[in-house]
Design a binder for this molecule. Structure first.
Ligand SMILES: NC(=O)c1ccc[n+]([C@@H]2O[C@H](COP(=O)([O-])OP(=O)(O)OC[C@H]3O[C@@H](n4cnc5c(N)ncnc54)[C@H](O)[C@@H]3O)[C@@H](O)[C@H]2O)c1
Length: 249
């Protein structure tokens, strides 16, 4: 199997894309630790895979450090890290405030930095590893109703490139995926958060894809597993759109 015995960490693995990724990595042989704010949900997914569950708030650098250490204790020195935890608060930018920016940037951007900062020194020391960051098409094309989120995800794409350059000489690769509209609680909460406007924003993203359908978490997980694996040994610093052709660059 492609990931046989490889210790892996998936943040935000209790739900959606993260849960599908944890299942996919485990199916390919990885030993998977799932880190999430939602410890009960992480335990449920970990239980299915004979994996480990860790409580982690990626927005808190101390919690990220402790969670990374606990994950490595449970499954072994981490060779694969999927920075997937994310959140959004839908609404027009003019109606947002600093508190909202802190939450959205804290989880989606600082969270990726915090977990990467905790894990990179040991990857460098051991001379190998693969990091996959879950960005978004929002970070490429901008998503109305998600301005802070779009800024955070564009930040993740830039961060991915910088880490790929800094880490290549240590044998560590760093890539990102940019999902389009994916059928998960995060996207499906838009109508709950914003009513009819949220429903229209969600549908607008689906209509913007070339394939004119919503994506499934397993379709993103398959791309993440490729980037995490040695099949992508000559691929680093890239952002792979998994978006039914929403954007094509
Ligand atoms: N669903 C989409 O349409 C879509 C599109 C593009 C990108 N994404 C990205 O995919 C990733 C996964 O999202 P999803 O759609 O599966 O959503 P989801 O809501 O199903 O899952 C997100 C998970 O992250 C966890 N989480 C949230 N804040 C956290 C924190 N501070 N620390 C640790 N865990 C935290 C949640 O508890 C949850 O288990 C996110 O980064 C999201 O931005 C989603």
């Amino acid at each position: 199997m492609r990931l046989e015995g490889k210790p892996a960490l998936v943040t935000g693995g209790a739900s959606g894309i993260g849960a599908a990724t944890a299942r996919r990595l485990a199916a390919e042989g990885a030993r998977v630790a799932i880190a999430d704010l939602d410890l009960a949900g992480a335990r449920d997914v970990a239980g299915e895979l004979d994996g480990a569950a860790v409580e982690m708030d990626v927005a808190d650098a101390g919690s990220a450090r402790a969670g990374v250490a606990a994950a490595a204790d449970a499954v072994g020195p981490l060779e694969i890290v999927v920075n997937n935890a994310g959140t959004d608060r839908f609404g027009w930018f003019t109606a947002t405030d600093e508190e909202m920016w802190d939450v959205v940037l804290g989880v989606n951007l600082r969270g990726v930095l915090a977990v990467t900062h905790a894990v990179l020194p040991s990857m460098h020391e051991r001379g190998g590893g693969s990091i996959v960051n879950v960005a978004s098409e929002a970070g490429r094309v901008g998503s109305q109703g998600s301005a802070a989120y779009s800024a955070a995800k564009a930040g993740v794409i830039g961060f991915t490139k910088a880490i790929a350059r800094e880490s290549a000489r240590f044998g560590v690769r760093c890539n990102a995926v940019a999902p389009g509209p994916i059928d998960t609680p995060l996207l499906n909460s838009a109508p709950e958060q914003l009513g009819d406007l949220g429903a229209r924003l969600r549908q607008g993203m689906i209509d913007a894809t070339a394939v004119r359908r919503i994506g499934q978490p397993e379709e993103v997980a398959a791309a993440i597993a490729f980037l995490a694996s040695d099949d992508a040994s000559y691929v680093t610093g890239q952002t792979l759109n998994v978006s039914g052709g929403l954007s094509m660059w």
